[in-house]
Design a protein around this ligand. Structure first.
Ligand code: 5GP
Ligand code: ZN
Length: 114
């Protein structure tokens, strides 16, 4: 989508601190980190949010989780624990309408969320 912030980041049209990229996904540092490590993992495909995931996206969504675990290992907190968060819609706290998976680690995370 031409007017989507995360599509532009994935395409390299807006700069970001990219830590991983392949033909399907891009992972980059969140601009406003909520933990010592706060990455966003996004599909290159424009999917607005969880409500828009289709049957054909199953492999992609699985791949994103595999990459999340790989990044958690690389960042050194896989064994200590971490969180993958997907906000969906207004009440879910979603502010960017391109599906993204927050990967948060490096500190003890509270529960429940606000
Ligand atoms: P949401 O609230 O939609 O779940 O998460 C959106 C996230 O995107 C927020 O954590 C916010 O800090 C991050 N974000 C918003 N704009 C930018 C940007 O231009 N660059 C980067 N790296 N992160 C952004
Ligand atoms: Zn997009």
């Amino acid at each position: 989508m031409s007017d989507c912030l995360f599509c532009k980041i994935a395409a390299g049209q807006i700069s970001s601190d990219i830590v991983y990229s392949d033909e399907q996904v891009v992972a980059f540092k969140d601009i406003n980190p909520q933990a010592p490590v706060h990455l966003l993992i996004i599909p290159r495909k424009h999917i607005p949010n969880v409500n828009s995931i289709e049957e054909d996206d199953r492999t992609l969504i699985g791949h994103i989780h595999h990459i999340a675990a790989k990044l958690a290992k690389e960042q050194g907190f896989a064994d200590d624990g971490y969180r993958i968060v997907v906000n969906c819609g207004e009440q879910g706290g979603q502010t960017v309408m391109h599906l993204h998976f927050h990967l948060l680690g490096g500190r003890s995370l509270g529960w429940p969320p606000g």
